[in-house]
Write a protein that binds this ligand. Structure first.
Ligand code: BES
Ligand code: MN
Ligand code: ZN
Length: 502
């Protein structure tokens, strides 16, 4: 695991394998960003020229390696682009991304010092978190790790900040969030023959022990006894039976009680409504919601937030077999509602419905579910933005705002009342698990809303787009699992802990 700390040492005298500076597009060419002054000076006025010769422009995403001049102890300087030069501080997301690019580019180095803009505690945290997320690599199944390149062993965030106490706290926060995000990425990337409901539950139990969280697991017998028809209906086609996992963090002076519910389909084949080839190769990612709520509750504990957070992991594997639920079957869900399963590929809403009803029994102030729920949401918002729905306008707005603050793109989506009809009028049961094709992401949201107890504020994050990144890495986002929504949940919990509305 990568070590991370903050230092006020002078960049020039640091013994590191590489020094990272930020460079930006100024009106007359490339300019070094704050934090990199001493490194730039060592080039004796030649830095802009050298970088330009090497093709650098200062654009975001750029990373250019330059041999260090005499006067620097480190042998290598890496210049990362920050985009247009700005006065009065770069956006925190720009810093996170630049630090992420640097950490990924320098994989294989033992020690890297980041001389990026890091004056305020917030900037220190952004650089630290971006770098930590940028070190991420998933080498579990590769014989030679990641092309023989180990992630950076030690990251030093250089800061001019005098009172180093809050800079240290900022690094601690980055570690708590970044390490749990990287763990969530591992869960998403793990092959579905290794990660199933049972093994996921065991990982949650082990982490609970490690961090002092209360973990309860309902196995298939307990689910049958409890009447969890949604989880059982989805899981009964698989040799790997379902689980409902509760992970609870409590604080004696909690300002609010939050329930985070995650969709945990460890593999979504579609079931009897089988997905065609081309649509199931990445469906190990269908547990990214469960991974996100799990990471969020552990991070809340590590940060000691003044809230109670319960994560509910609704775990099942959606497979076709002789025992699988058929299109046409009616399930009796936890709490008694009946659902006609018209399409077994609309399975996420079935496991979530059980978990949302169960979560509601504990009377939380808010329920937020996180799910790779619909392809329709990807059609609507693309691959990098998640949809935010809610039964309360203020809550939807505050989750969208929290996401924006931490650098997670999201967009508020409506729950139009008329779309509910398609799910009730087409069925012999209380509800069907499918409605109108148009607005499919909203239909799924409306389905979940039916299971939220009267009087409880509820929001739904459809992360089907950003949960799994198939294109080339960018910023601090690697290929594969991204851990999207973790930071939004943590920020939301922080706001609740501070007594904020939402
Ligand atoms: N897990 C999928 C949604 C998904 C698609 C996530 C692509 C990530 C990438 C979900 O279970 C699903 O299959 N949804 C169906 C619902 C439909 C049958 C009503 C969909 O979106 O096609
Ligand atoms: Mn599905
Ligand atoms: Zn699914």
């Amino acid at each position: 695991m990568t070590a991370l700390s903050v230092s006020t040492s002078a960049a020039a005298s640091l013994r590191a394998d590489a020094l990272v500076i930020g460079v930006a597009k100024g009106s007359k060419g490339i300019v070094p960003a704050p934090g990199g002054e001493a490194v730039a000076e060592a080039f004796e006025g030649k830095l802009a020229e050298v970088l330009a010769t090497l093709g650098a422009t200062g654009a975001e995403g750029e990373a250019v390696k330059v041999p260090a001049p005499a006067g620097l102890k480190a042998p290598l300087v890496l210049a990362v682009g920050l985009g247009d030069a700005v006065e009065g501080g770069y956006e925190l997301e720009t810093l996170r991304r630049a630090a992420g690019v640097a950490a990924r580019t320098l994989a294989g180095s033992k020690k890297v010092a980041l001389a990026l803009p890091a004056e305020s505690a917030e900037e220190v945290e952004a650089v630290a978190l971006g770098a930590l997320l940028g070190t991420y690599a998933f080498g579990t199944y590769k014989q030679n790790g990641n092309g023989g390149k180990e992630p950076v062993g030690e990251l030093l965030v250089l800061s001019t900040r005098k009172g180093s106490k809050d800079a240290k706290a900022a690094v601690e926060r980055a570690l708590a969030v970044g390490e749990e995000m990287n763990r969530a990425r591992d869960l998403v990337n793990t092959a579905p023959n290794d990660l199933n409901p049972k093994s996921f539950a065991a990982i949650a139990q082990a982490a609970g022990k490690e961090h002092g969280l209360k973990v309860e697991v309902l196995d298939e017998k307990a689910l049958l006894k409890g009447g969890f028809g949604g989880l059982l209906g989805v899981g009964n086609g698989s040799a790997n039976p379902p689980r409902l996992v509760k992970v609870a963090y409590t604080h004696p002076k909690a300002k609010a009680t939050l329930a985070f519910v995650g969709k945990g389909i460890t593999y979504d084949s579609g079931g009897i409504s089988l997905k065609p080839a081309g649509h199931n190769e990445t469906m190990k990612c269908d547990m990214a919601g469960a991974a996100a709520v799990f990471a969020a509750v552990v991070a809340a504990k590590r940060l000691g937030l003044q809230v109670n957070v319960t994560a509910w992991l609704a775990l099942a594997e959606n497979m076709p077999s002789g025992t699988a639920t058929r299109p046409g079957d009616v399930l009796r869900m936890y709490g008694g509602k009946t659902v006609e399963v018209l399409n077994t590929d609309a399975e996420g809403r079935l496991v979530l419905a059980d978990a949302i009803v169960r979560a509601g029994e504990e009377n939380p102030d808010v329920i937020v579910d996180v799910a790779t729920l619909t392809g329709a949401m990807i059609l609507a918002l693309g691959n990098r933005t998640f949809g935010v729905m809610a039964n309360n306008d203020e809550l939807r707005a505050s989750l969208h705002a929290a996401a924006g603050e931490v650098g997670e793109p999201s967009w508020p989506m409506p729950l139009p009342a008329e779309l509910r009809k398609g799910m009730t009028e087409s069925t012999i049961a209380d509800l069907a698990n499918m409605g109108d094709r148009m607005g499919g992401g909203l239909v799924a949201g409306l389905f979940l809303k039916e299971f939220v107890a009267e009087g409880i504020d509820w929001a739904h994050l459809d992360i089907a787009g950003p949960a799994f990144h198939e294109a080339a890495p960018f910023g601090y986002t690697p290929k594969g699992g991204t851990a999207t929504a973790v930071r939004t949940l943590v920020r939301f919990a922080e706001q609740k802990a501070a007594g904020g509305k939402g």
